[in-house]
Design a protein around this ligand. Structure first.
Ligand code: MEV
Length: 335
């Protein structure tokens, strides 16, 4: 039996990092998906193949006047992705008290490990497909909870945000609590035309989470007040979104980017894309996700073409994203 599911990537409109410290966040699924196919095996092994992950495999640097060259690979990110698959299977097997050897195949329509929530999509997709293969139909809340456990275990720290949006889709206002997170699915009266800019990632999520933690330990009042302000931006952003006021939402995205920059998680390349999109007429733009390179998002109704060019001019790779896509969904089940 082979089960294929897909799970969406996401854009954090407002609130990443602060959400790890209990502040709310506003997050939307996007129309780029990651596909996980799980097929039973007769033995107990787990075999994972990853295709189309948009990970450059090899970088060669030649030095002028020398025969020496430097080989760099980006296989670390593939290994990172595999860690989520393995942990998701382990946690699901424990939860169901049942297990099976499997072949897992992953395909992605977006760059993996670039701030679009692909590790959550891998975790949620694997849990959903694997538990179906074992004959169980978990409810979305359970899938999101196991997904969050997977991220926590692989990364050391994680909010429930990425796994909740990948499971439920749409646009969510999410407030972590010590128990079940409070999640509100927002009904939007407006579309959110956005352009995403991608640049190579320089740091891992776990390192960026650590960077913020260390900063907070050394300057707790300053960091807590930044987190508090991000929380207010999220609350005001939610109201703006619900009344369809994209101008105010855009302004809050700009404020949020400044605060993330203050936390030390942005990068020169991300900033270049953020500022060039604003010059091209975006209502708001910010980095999205953990940072350290990766992706930014520009809210730019009617200015998408200009913003795409502006991102390209500073060396980024733009793509359009329709926000508010479906959550995890079954694609096929073959005998
Ligand atoms: C990563 O997409 C978002 C962070 O806030 C981490 C998390 O919420 O788990 C940086």
């Amino acid at each position: 039996m082979k089960v294929t599911v897909s799970a969406p990537g996401k854009i954090t409109l407002l609130g990443e990092h602060a959400v790890v410290y209990g502040k709310p966040a506003l997050v939307s699924a996007i129309n780029r998906r990651l596909y996980v196919a799980v097929e039973g095996r007769s033995d107990s092994a787990i075999r994972v193949s990853a295709l189309d992950l948009h990970i450059p495999g090899l970088i060669l640097t030649f030095k002028e006047g020398s025969k020496d060259y430097l080989i760099e690979t980006d296989y670390d990110r593939i290994v990172d992705a595999m860690a989520y698959v393995r942990k998701a299977i382990e946690i699901s097997s424990k939860h169901l008290a049942s297990k099976s050897g499997v072949n897992v195949t992953i395909r992605s329509e977006m760059p993996v490990g670039a701030g679009l929530g692909t590790s959550a999509a891998i975790a949620v997709g694997t849990i959903s497909a694997y538990t179906r293969l074992l004959g169980h139909d978990l409810d979305p809340e359970e899938i999101a909870r196991l997904g969050h456990m997977t991220e926590l275990s692989v990364q050391g720290a994680a909010s429930p945000m990425d796994t909740a949006i990948s499971t439920m889709g749409g646009t969510l206002f999410i407030r972590p609590t010590s128990g079940k997170p409070k999640i509100e699915k927002l009904r939007l009266g407006v579309g959110l035309p956005a352009v995403v800019g991608y640049t190579e990632r320089e740091s891992r999520t776990s390192d960026l989470l650590k960077r913020v933690k260390v900063l907070r330990e050394s300057t707790p009042k300053v960091v807590d007040s930044i987190m508090g302000t991000i929380g207010y931006a999220v609350e005001e952003g939610k109201d703006a979104l619900l009344r369809g006021d994209l101008e105010v939402l855009g302004r809050l995205m700009n404020v949020n980017h400044g605060l993330l920059e203050a936390l030390g998680v942005s990068s020169k390349r991300l900033n270049d894309m953020v500022y060039s999109s604003r010059s091209a007429g975006a209502l708001g733009s910010k980095m999205t996700g953990a940072g350290g390179g990766g992706c930014m998002v520009a809210l730019c109704p009617g200015r998408e073409d200009k913003v795409e060019i502006a991102i390209r001019v500073v060396g980024g790779e733009p793509f359009r994203a329709a926000l508010s896509g479906d959550g995890v969904r079954m694609e096929s089940a073959e005998k």
